[in-house]
Design a protein around this ligand. Sequence first.
Ligand code: SF4
Length: 88
Amino acid sequence: MSTNNFGRRITLKAILASAVGSAATLAFTPAQASNKASKAIAGYVAKPGPNGAQCSTCVNYTPTDSMCMAVTGVVSPSGYCNFYAPKN
Ligand code: SF4
């Protein structure tokens, strides 16, 4: 190996180490780390919406843990948000 290749390898290692270090120091809140919207952004309210629309009849609701696939945190089965999508 020539000196130039060795120097290039050292430089690449330095760049990779720097990139990994930068990624490790980025701060994410739980809401940023997921693809879910906050309750405020979704317009979530803990009561049914128009025409009785509510989480328990929404495709995004998972009743086993009272979670929503679109909105962060626990949601009420009788809650509602602007992302409501009725089950069939
Ligand atoms: S997307 Fe559906 S389950 Fe999730 S909070 Fe809105 S209405 Fe409830």
